[in-house]
Ligand binder design. Structure first.
Ligand code: C2E
Ligand code: MG
Ligand code: MG
Length: 690
């Protein structure tokens, strides 16, 4: 590189060599920087791409070569740049007449300062914080729009007035003292409770700085910047809320109830009272959520929350644990049994029909109860106990409550034993089918029988189906067992028909998993075929939860069963989410009113109304009603009064082994038996039944 070349490369002056047409032949690095382009890019540009009003400029400089010309250049980033052009024309050996150009920016000092001030003002005007310029008397000399936004004072109202930042924690002359005490360049910052024009107090974070320059009269100046913290405080409150409350229902959450429970525990420990935790889980919520959709599911949870709140006293706390689980703290009861009243009241409240979208649903919950100090001294254990009791309640059917008992700790162990033994039960002949009659409420005659599974285990004794059916369901064993029960039941009914009781039907319970089998209908048809039983004498009991699970497929299955002549009964109706529109939609022949309603006859007014409503409604839809769990003559009287056709329960007969059933049928045409039940009330004790 020769020295001339070196000079051009390193010159601070921006230099261009251009043809008379304005095409750039060469550019030094300073010119490239100024124009914001690479050398090659510049060389490829048409003159109009880098020079504004190019033809006029070219003609001016061609005529008056030594004059400096003010021009506007286009830079690579699309901006315009004001510059001065100095030109010298010469003859180039290769390019002919060329112009050497020296470029310099035009930027006066004044304009730069102006620009900066304008930028600063823009920034201040757009700040979220209020900014004011104060004199030593704290009078406002200037303010930004945020000041008006935050305080409500307009510029006209505020200018010349003292800044008001008084609050309860700071004395009247605080601000003046503060300003007097600040040296130039020093500052003070703190939180204050300030007041808006409308009178409302708001928290503000204030920062005051003493400027190191005075005004033209020599007065000291200060800048105060302050931020309205009310949004932050609201945010903090919101965070606090989220930490302790459930956003969907507005109920307390688990954290809050634990805190409250601890306080309550300390209080009751002093005065010798009791504390109860109720763990509540809605029955069949998953099904309702899946079939109604999540929005209605959420709505249901909110209704449940309201009902729970209304079922307890003001000092008790209702919390949502998550999903469809709720925890209720009864913070001062005189005895554990009081919790049972509350549980009953909750069930009553939940059971009142509810309209969701175009559906009417009844809700029930399973409730587990555990008490302090009886069940545990420790809250975590108490909650676990209540949870365990809730599971127990669930297994007993829907809409029940169960108190925690220490034996339940053995529950996990018990379940494991069941699981281990169950798969051998069938091959060891430990499973039996018992039969419980249905009776015509008016005539007392037996109209049919329900097959109820029994497990007489060598190792575990008599195990309740409420205990082992869920396990069989979980493991899939229910499919095999269920088919076996079906076959047994059909055979037994055939035998009874052969003995002359050919008006009887048999009802078989189907679990959810059985009902979901794709070959269910074929399986039933095959069993009917093999046993020679007419489908018209078979009834299948399913629960509402099963019905709601997969509405479309369910309807197909039900129609196929109908084609076989097989009747379908809705078992345990009134627990879960009894939806009246479902009754209308699905071909259902029988409806079995759950025992928990029958239990309320004749005492509970709510149950009475609901039972009566269910009976009337079903009848109007042509569905036959069977009342489950009828135990007293009084209950029978009411059922008859309401035209409930059929009943089942200990009043008439316990579930019986096939032989006992045959004996009953051949010896008694009419039930109940009165006082002669002795020999029949002998079903083996069920170990695990509550
Ligand atoms: P479920 O179908 O609702 O049967 C009625 C239950 O109530 C039976 O209990 C019966 O013994 C009992 N019960 C009947 N009358 C009275 C009464 O007056 N008072 C009282 N306290 N109880 C009464 P069980 O036999 O223990 O069966 C419990 C549940 O187990 C059944 O409820 C049914 O859901 C299920 N289950 C029984 N057998 C089978 C089966 O073969 N397959 C399937 N999938 N489930 C079955
Ligand atoms: Mg049943
Ligand atoms: Mg039932």
């Amino acid at each position: 590189m020769n020295d001339y070349h070196y000079l051009a490369e390193h010159s601070p002056a921006a230099l261009l060599l251009v043809q008379a047409t304005g095409t750039i032949i060469a550019a030094n690095p300073a010119a490239c920087r100024m124009l914001g382009r690479q050398r090659e890019q510049l060389q490829a540009l048409a003159v109009d791409d880098w020079l504004q009003h190019a033809s006029q400029v070219l003609s001016v400089i061609a005529a008056a070569p030594d004059k400096a010309v003010a021009v506007t250049l286009y830079t690579g980033d699309g901006a315009q740049l004001a510059a001065q052009l100095h030109v010298r024309w010469s003859e180039h050996a290769d390019h002919g007449r060329v112009a050497s150009l020296a470029l310099s920016r035009i930027a006066t000092q004044a304009r730069r300062t102006d620009d900066r001030a304008r930028a600063a003002r823009t920034a201040i005007e757009h700040m979220d914080e209020a900014a004011v310029l104060l004199d030593a008397e704290a009078r406002i000399r200037a303010l930004n729009p945020a000041y008006t936004r935050i305080t409500g004072y307009t510029e006209a109202e505020a200018l010349g007035q003292p800044l008001q930042l008084r609050d309860s924690q700071h004395e009247e002359g605080f601000l003046l003292d503060l300003l007097a005490g600040l040296e130039a360049g020093q500052g003070w910052a703190g939180e204050m409770n300030s007041r808006r024009r409308a009178g409302e107090y708001y928290p503000a974070y204030v920062k005051i700085t003493a400027l190191d320059r005075a005004d033209k009269d020599g007065d000291r100046l200060f800048v105060a910047v302050f931020r309205d913290l009310s949004a932050d405080k609201a945010y903090e409150a919101r965070i606090e809320y989220l930490a302790h409350y459930d956003t969907l229902t507005g109920l307390a959450n688990r954290t809050l109830i634990e805190k409250r429970a601890e306080l309550a525990r300390i209080a009751v420990a002093r005065d010798g009272r009791h504390l109860a935790l109720l763990f509540l889980d809605l029955d069949g919520f998953k099904a309702v959520n899946d079939s109604l959709g999540h929005a209605l599911g959420d709505e249901l949870l909110c209704h449940v929350a309201d009902r729970l709140r209304s079922a307890v006293s003001k000092t008790d706390i209702v919390a949502r644990q998550g999903g469809d689980e709720f925890v209720i703290l009864l913070d001062s009861i005189s005895k554990p049994e009081d919790a049972a009243y509350v549980a009953t009241r909750i069930q009553e409240k939940l059971r009142v029909p509810l309209t969701l979208g175009d559906q009417t649903v009844f809700t029930t919950a399973s409730i587990g109860i555990s008490c302090y100090p009886d069940d545990s001294q420790d809250l975590t254990t108490l909650l676990r106990n209540a949870d365990m009791a809730m599971y127990r309640a669930k297994r007993q059917g829907h809409g029940r409550y169960v108190f925690y008992r220490p034996e339940m700790d053995a529950n996990a162990h018990w379940m494991l034993q069941l699981r281990n033994n169950l798969h051998r039960a069938l091959e060891r002949d430990e499973l039996h089918v018992y039969y419980q009659p249905f009776v015509d409420v008016t005539t007392g005659r037996v109209t049919g029988i329900e097959a109820l599974l029994r497990w007489q285990s060598d190792e575990l004794g008599m195990v309740s189906p409420s205990d082992f059916v869920p396990i069989a369901e979980e493991t899939g064993l229910i499919l095999e067992v269920g088919e076996w029960v079906l076959r047994q039941a059909c055979q037994q009914l055939q035998r009874l028909h052969a003995q002359g009781y050919d008006h009887l039907r048999v009802a078989v319970n189907l679990s959810a998993r059985q009902f979901r089998q794709t070959d269910l209908v074929a399986q039933i048809a095959a069993v009917l075929e093999q046993t020679g039983l007419d489908g018209r004498h078979l009834e299948l009991e399913i629960t509402e939860t099963v019905l709601m699970e997969q509405a479309g497929a369910t309807l197909d299955t039900l129609h196929a069963l109908q084609a076989l002549g097989v009747a379908v009964a809705l078992d345990d109706f009134g627990t879960g989410y009894s939806s009246l529109s479902y009754l209308r939609r699905f071909p259902i022949t029988y409806l079995k009113v759950d025992k928990s309603f029958v239990d309320g006859i004749p005492g509970e007014k709510g149950d009475l109304t609901i039972t009566r409503t269910i009976v009337a409604m079903a009848r109007s839809l042509g569905i036959r009603v069977t009342a489950e769990g009828v135990e007293t003559l009084e209950q029978r009287k009411w059922l008859r009064h309401w035209h409930c056709e059929e009943a089942q329960g200990y009043l008439y007969s316990l579930p019986l082994a096939a032989d006992d059933l045959e004996w009953l049928l051949s010896n008694h045409e009419v039930l109940p038996l009165g006082n002669e039940t002795g020999t029949l009330a002998s079903e083996p004790t069920q170990l695990s039944k509550e």
